[in-house]
Design a protein around this ligand. Structure first.
Ligand SMILES: Cc1cc2nc3c(=O)[nH]c(=O)nc-3n(C[C@H](O)[C@H](O)[C@H](O)COP(=O)(O)OP(=O)(O)OC[C@H]3O[C@@H](n4cnc5c(N)ncnc54)[C@H](O)[C@@H]3O)c2cc1C
Length: 457
């Protein structure tokens, strides 16, 4: 099939990375078909998520229409013992937005269609077509078989295709329990009597290790003035456990919330792990959540999938007319690891440590080390016109006390040292990805990379 003028690319799922790649490939003269299970206008989650605006410029993709987004809230972090709140400095206005996910998907679909791609809605993908170890297309749930020179898997975290990749490619089929956070997200009508604060601060509370469990919960006044509530737990949670945390948030935010549900709750999986060690095979490439391309814990999956979509399309376009083998697609994986996955690997190690820390210890750090004076002075200077002389004075006067308290617990200092060393090690291993395609060297590197992450037994 290769060598034809118009190579056929199948994009499975309308994930952002797949859509960015599709737009570039369509423009470059590839024959692109996109298969999405959702209806037109209902693709992705029925809510807004946050992303940096710079990614659109960097990826050469126009911003979505103005009605699709608004300024992101700044987050107030709350310690597990709950009465200590720290407002972490957010970004300046316009730098980060909350974007409507349905409208963002519509925006990508419009650009892809203009680039000559065909979008097939309500067409679920079922499986991979293979010829030996090579992927040669997909099978749709309606029974149709679609041949392709390359299948791009942009199906998200529950990709049905990933577990079907031939074993030779070492593409991890199933994740471990601590690779995912199970989240329950529901939106409520805001109490009409509640007056939101003048500043965007203090509208969004992030509860670290909420009620002591490994995870986080949030209550956030969403851009449409509803209350967005999320409860997230590593290693999963039962419905009863979720309801206990839900009740707790209701108590804490009684002045803001009504019990009228505006977007019904749903359980969702959120990837909180390092990126997959193999993201290419003969005739197959993964992009976005299907390859765990988000910062462990803090997210930003929209941004990193879009960036990865550009790296993938650059590699495909550079190989136009050639067979889409793992070897030819390898520069995509190398670029993704150098630019993104190395850093995510280090963050993964830190995340595993933080989420398994004792709640009392996190409280201690909030109370004794993370001085509100420092945090509030930084955000005050950034957002509320605090006099820089006052701000800098506050920081300098509080810093010695924070450091002295940290040094008063040598066991923690030792643990921090060990964890930082492991994080740097993971970063260095990830960055040592072989530049040239050599199966033996890549296999050894995959083993070293996987060994960098201390999974909880
Ligand atoms: C609660 C929650 C909050 C989040 N908050 C943020 C945030 O604030 N900022 C941020 O950057 N990221 C956030 N994320 C992560 C973000 O959603 C993803 O990282 C990002 O969308 C990249 O995922 P993706 O594009 O690869 O896949 P997805 O966005 O999951 O897209 C996959 C697509 O494939 C389709 N699909 C799935 N299976 C099939 C099938 N069999 N056949 C056909 N189509 C199929 C789906 O319908 C979907 O359209 C959040 C995620 C969750 C769950």
């Amino acid at each position: 099939m290769f060598g034809k003028k118009n190579q056929h690319i199948v994009v499975a799922g309308m994930g952002q990375g797949g859509m960015v790649a599709a737009i570039y490939l369509g423009k470059a003269g590839f024959d692109v078909d996109i298969y999405e299970k959702a209806k037109e206008g209902e693709v992705s989650h029925p809510w807004t998520d946050d992303t940096m605006t710079a990614v659109f410029k960097r990826c050469g993709i126009p911003m979505p229409p103005k009605e699709a987004y608004s300024q992101k809230n700044n987050w107030l972090w709350v310690s597990p013992g709950v009465d200590r709140r720290l407002m972490f400095p957010g970004t300046a206005p316009g730098v980060e937005i909350s974007v409507d996910r349905h409208m963002l998907s519509d925006h990508f679909a419009k650009l892809a269609t203009e680039a000559g791609c065909k979008v097939h809605y309500e067409t679920p993908v079922k499986g991979l077509l293979t010829d030996g170890d090579r992927i040669i297309g997909i099978e749709l749930q309606n029974g149709k078989r679609v041949k392709a020179d390359l299948v791009i898997d942009a199906l998200g975290i529950d990709s049905v295709l990933r577990p079907q990749a031939p074993k030779k490619w070492e593409i991890q089929a199933h994740e471990a329990d601590d690779d995912l956070m199970l989240g329950y997200r529901q939106f409520y009508k805001r109490n009409p009597g509640y007056v939101p604060p003048e500043y965007p601060d203090y509208r969004a509370c992030m509860y670290l290790k909420h009620l002591g469990g490994a995870g986080l919960s949030w209550c956030n006044l969403s851009p449409d003035n509803n209350m967005d509530m999320l409860i997230g737990r590593l290693y999963g949670m039962t419905k009863d456990e979720m309801e206990v945390m839900q009740k707790d948030l209701f108590k804490r935010h009684a002045d803001q919330l009504t019990d009228e549900v505006v977007i019904p709750g749903r359980f969702v999986k959120i990837g909180t792990r390092y990126s997959l060690s193999k993201i290419v095979a003969d005739g197959y490439a993964l992009v976005g959540d299907s390859a765990f391309m988000s910062i462990p814990l803090t997210g930003c999956g929209i941004e990193s999938s879009m960036d990865a979509g550009v790296y993938l399309s650059e590699t495909i376009i550079a190989n136009k007319g050639k067979e889409m083998t793992a070897k030819n697609l390898w520069p995509y994986q190398v670029k993704y690891f150098k630019k993104k996955a190395g850093l995510f690997a280090a963050i993964d190690v830190l995340k595993r440590w933080v989420l398994n820390l004792d709640g009392d210890l996190v409280d201690w750090v909030f109370y004794k080390v993370a001085s509100p004076k420092i945090v509030e002075s930084i955000s005050g200077m950034m957002f509320r016109g605090m006099n820089p002389i006052v701000g800098v004075w506050n920081i300098l006067s509080s810093l010695p006390f924070s450091l002295a308290r940290l040094f008063s617990k040598p066991s923690i200092l030792k643990e921090i040292g060990v964890t930082l060393k492991a994080a740097v090690h993971a970063l260095l291993v990830a960055m040592k990805i072989p530049k040239k395609y050599d199966e033996d060297k890549i296999h050894q590197w995959v083993m070293d990379y996987e060994a960098s992450f201390p999974h909880k037994k």
